[in-house]
Write a protein that binds this ligand. Structure first.
Ligand SMILES: [Zn+2]
Length: 96
Protein backbone atom coordinates (compact mmCIF):
# COMPACT_ATOMS: atom_id res chain seq x y z
CA UNK A 1 0.00 0.00 0.00
CA UNK A 2 2.71 2.48 0.96
CA UNK A 3 4.88 1.47 -1.97
CA UNK A 4 1.98 2.05 -4.31
CA UNK A 5 1.52 5.52 -2.88
CA UNK A 6 5.20 6.31 -3.34
CA UNK A 7 4.99 5.20 -6.94
CA UNK A 8 2.01 7.43 -7.67
CA UNK A 9 3.42 10.43 -5.89
CA UNK A 10 6.79 10.13 -7.55
CA UNK A 11 5.23 10.88 -10.91
CA UNK A 12 4.75 14.47 -9.79
CA UNK A 13 7.03 17.15 -8.51
CA UNK A 14 7.02 17.26 -4.76
CA UNK A 15 8.79 19.81 -2.63
CA UNK A 16 9.86 18.63 0.81
CA UNK A 17 12.53 19.44 3.36
CA UNK A 18 15.33 17.27 4.60
CA UNK A 19 16.01 16.64 8.27
CA UNK A 20 18.02 19.88 8.45
CA UNK A 21 15.15 21.92 7.09
CA UNK A 22 16.74 22.37 3.68
CA UNK A 23 14.53 22.23 0.59
CA UNK A 24 14.48 19.02 -1.36
CA UNK A 25 12.70 17.96 -4.50
CA UNK A 26 11.21 14.54 -5.12
CA UNK A 27 10.97 13.70 -8.78
CA UNK A 28 10.62 10.29 -10.38
CA UNK A 29 11.87 8.47 -7.30
CA UNK A 30 14.98 10.60 -7.00
CA UNK A 31 15.80 13.22 -4.39
CA UNK A 32 17.41 16.51 -5.28
CA UNK A 33 18.91 19.21 -3.11
CA UNK A 34 18.31 22.86 -3.88
CA UNK A 35 21.25 24.48 -5.59
CA UNK A 36 21.71 28.11 -4.67
CA UNK A 37 21.94 31.11 -6.90
CA UNK A 38 19.67 30.59 -9.89
CA UNK A 39 18.18 33.77 -11.36
CA UNK A 40 14.88 34.30 -13.15
CA UNK A 41 12.40 32.64 -10.81
CA UNK A 42 13.76 29.22 -11.54
CA UNK A 43 15.20 26.77 -9.09
CA UNK A 44 18.04 24.45 -9.85
CA UNK A 45 18.29 21.12 -8.10
CA UNK A 46 21.18 18.71 -7.97
CA UNK A 47 20.97 15.04 -7.16
CA UNK A 48 21.44 14.37 -3.46
CA UNK A 49 24.28 12.04 -4.44
CA UNK A 50 26.10 14.79 -6.27
CA UNK A 51 28.94 14.76 -3.79
CA UNK A 52 28.79 11.19 -2.56
CA UNK A 53 28.69 9.48 -5.97
CA UNK A 54 29.58 12.40 -8.24
CA UNK A 55 26.18 12.05 -9.86
CA UNK A 56 25.60 14.90 -12.31
CA UNK A 57 21.82 14.57 -12.69
CA UNK A 58 20.11 17.93 -12.31
CA UNK A 59 16.66 19.41 -12.83
CA UNK A 60 15.39 22.94 -13.19
CA UNK A 61 11.95 23.82 -11.89
CA UNK A 62 9.73 26.79 -12.46
CA UNK A 63 6.62 26.43 -10.38
CA UNK A 64 5.55 22.91 -11.14
CA UNK A 65 7.24 22.77 -14.50
CA UNK A 66 10.37 20.69 -14.68
CA UNK A 67 13.26 20.63 -17.09
CA UNK A 68 15.64 17.68 -16.79
CA UNK A 69 19.28 18.62 -17.25
CA UNK A 70 22.64 17.09 -16.70
CA UNK A 71 23.39 13.42 -17.13
CA UNK A 72 21.33 10.38 -16.14
CA UNK A 73 21.77 9.15 -12.59
CA UNK A 74 24.67 6.80 -12.12
CA UNK A 75 23.00 4.90 -9.28
CA UNK A 76 19.70 3.32 -8.25
CA UNK A 77 16.68 5.41 -7.38
CA UNK A 78 16.09 6.90 -3.95
CA UNK A 79 12.74 5.16 -3.62
CA UNK A 80 13.70 3.50 -0.34
CA UNK A 81 14.81 6.82 1.16
CA UNK A 82 11.65 8.55 -0.01
CA UNK A 83 9.64 5.70 1.45
CA UNK A 84 11.35 6.10 4.82
CA UNK A 85 10.87 9.87 4.72
CA UNK A 86 7.16 9.37 4.29
CA UNK A 87 6.98 6.99 7.21
CA UNK A 88 8.93 9.39 9.43
CA UNK A 89 7.06 12.51 8.51
CA UNK A 90 3.64 10.86 8.32
CA UNK A 91 2.72 13.43 5.72
CA UNK A 92 -0.44 12.54 3.90
CA UNK A 93 -0.16 12.32 0.13
CA UNK A 94 -0.89 15.66 -1.47
CA UNK A 95 -3.25 13.97 -3.89
CA UNK A 96 -4.81 10.53 -4.10
ZN1 LIG B 1 21.78 10.90 -8.97
Amino acid sequence: MFLTNVWVLSKALEFVTNNKGRPQLVYRNFLYNLDNGVPGGRQSWVCRDYRRLFCRARVITRGHHVDVRGTPHNHNSHAHIIYMKRLESCVAPSFV
